[in-house]
Design a protein around this ligand. Structure first.
Ligand code: ZN
Length: 116
């Protein structure tokens, strides 16, 4: 089953068409408007303009039923969303009471090698 163009909405972040569905938990989930074999959401239309989705992830998830189609969640393909993870700070300086052990170890190994 493929959503009708009138069922699609523009994504607020990237402007591409998405299909809004309701999950089993009653939450809203946007999926890409075309079925995809690697999609992890099983979706189908329960009423005009009303689609439901359920996750296929998880060991106890039933495989898609005859009336369901796999869709990808739009968050996985959206190009307009800012990265979720902020850039991490580079490297924190060692606190003054910490002695780094690894450079000393490396130095000892080098000395041992030189002896041979
Ligand atoms: Zn988007």
């Amino acid at each position: 089953m493929i959503p009708a163009p009138s069922e699609l909405r523009a994504c607020r972040d990237c402007g591409r068409s998405v299909l809004w569905t309701t999950t089993a938990a009653g939450k809203r989930l946007a999926v890409d408007p075309h079925p995809a074999e690697d999609g992890n959401q099983a979706c189908y239309r329960i009423a005009p303009r009303s689609w439901v989705s359920r996750s296929l992830d998880g060991a106890d998830a039933r495989p898609p039923a005859r009336w369901e189609e796999r869709y990808r969640p739009h968050v996985a393909t959206c190009t307009g969303r800012p990265a979720v993870q902020e850039a991490l700070p580079v490297v924190l300086p060692d606190p003054p009471n910490v002695i780094r052990i690894d450079p000393r170890r490396r130095g000892r190994a080098r000395r041992r090698k030189g002896r041979r």
